[in-house]
Design a protein around this ligand. Structure first.
Ligand code: FAD
Length: 340
């Protein structure tokens, strides 16, 4: 069991900055994220896009912002449970919470900060009736470790950046790469589409456009797929892996069943005070919450995280007072929070 002071659900910019603010008050944090890497929307949706409204950064790439946040929280040594979705929450008699992930990892904390953004991103799945039977048996929706595909046969499906980028990357790793896309044109970056076309010409990628994967076959694992071509009819392709990359759908997911007040897919909080939800000890900060005048911006998440930590401190240290000091006093690692 992983025990901490503040258990943060969501390692997006809001969750990451919470570690810093909590650290100043000597509270330890552990973060859970359904994605394999920290950074939330910034890493998953737009790492190369510049952001212009982070105070004191005239321009910063979303990916660089995440790298900077990771560096800023390093002194506080947060723990991470990545690639796992927080599924259930149980309140104990002593008021602490037990949060369990979909992979069975158990976490315990007196304070839970939900920084779940738009929710856990769920993969868009193709309409293939038996696809669930092959999940993790040759079918995945997110590529975590490309080495898994070394010298294997892979069928990818999709027309966005993810499908194009992985087709290009795996062309040098897998023994055979087939990319299936419904249209002739790709939605992803033009130079990636051109690179895929070049690799197809060189025989390093089998490019099958105007086609869809409609069936999966195999005894206990993927052995072949049926590809339905618009004009050429059906084709059976032997393969070890089938990876549909149709993007990720944001969904509030299991948090919606945690007994919290929800309004328009967001968690209602007390913004006049401390961003606490209707359940004492459970806070919601960043894009995941709602209150009158809410703005879904990174800097608002940072502000909410800061105020939330002050309230969490009081819950964790009842009766203890602290004097607010600036981080310039004694440096971050030497900052003692001046507990009195
Ligand atoms: P998120 O970044 O959404 O992170 C939440 C994390 O929680 C996710 O990683 C998710 O996997 C995880 N999670 C959710 N539920 C669970 C669960 N049950 N278990 C485990 N993990 C879970 N904002 C700006 O301020 N300036 C901009 O210029 C700007 N540009 C943008 C451009 C684009 C294209 C987009 C899509 C957004 C932009 N935004 C911008 C908005 C900004 O990205 C969000 O406000 C910000 O990411 C919110 O941060 P967050 O940490 O609250 O949530």
């Amino acid at each position: 069991m992983i025990e901490t002071d503040i258990l943060i659900i969501g390692a997006g910019p809001t969750g990451l900055f919470t570690v810093f603010e909590a650290g100043l008050l000597k509270m330890k944090c552990h973060l859970i994220d359904a994605l394999p890497q920290p950074g939330g929307q910034c890493s998953e949706l737009y790492p190369k896009k510049p952001i212009y409204d982070i105070p004191a950064f005239p321009e910063v790439l979303a990916g660089d912002l995440v790298d900077n946040l990771m560096k800023q929280i390093e002194p506080f040594e947060p723990g991470f449970t990545l690639g796992e979705r927080a599924d259930t929450i149980e309140e104990q008699e002593d008021g602490t919470f037990i949060v369990t992930t979909n992979k069975g990892t158990i976490h315990k904390a007196p304070v839970v900060a939900i920084a779940g953004g738009l929710g856990s991103f769920e993969p868009r799945k193709p309409q293939i009736s038996n696809i669930a039977d092959y999940e993790d048996k040759g079918v995945v929706y997110v590529i975590r470790d490309p080495e898994v595909y070394r010298d294997q046969r892979v069928v990818l499906a999709g027309g966005g950046d993810s499908a194009l980028d992985w087709a290009i990357f795996l062309a040098d790793v897998a023994s055979e790469v087939t990319l299936v896309h419904r249209r002739n044109e790709f939605r992803g970056a033009l130079d990636s589409a051109e690179k895929v076309a070049e690799l197809a010409k060189a025989g390093k990628i089998n490019l099958i456009t105007e086609a869809e994967v409609t069936d999966i076959f195999g005894e206990g694992k993927v052995e072949a797929v049926r590809i339905n071509h618009k004009t050429q009819g059906e084709l059976i392709k032997e393969t070890d892996h089938f990876i549909p990359l149709f993007g990720l759908l944001p969904k509030l997911g299991p948090i919606a069943n945690w007994g919290l007040e929800i309004e328009k897919n967001a968690i209602k909080v007390n913004n006049a005070l401390d961003y606490q939800t209707n359940r004492e000890g459970i806070y919601a900060i960043g894009d995941v919450n709602t209150y009158p005048g809410k703005l879904k911006l990174i800097l608002c998440g940072f502000h909410e995280a800061t105020l939330m930590c002050q309230s969490a401190y009081k819950r964790i240290n009842p009766g203890k007072k602290f004097v607010m000091k600036y981080t310039t006093v004694g440096g971050v690692t030497g900052f003692d929070g001046s507990h009195k």
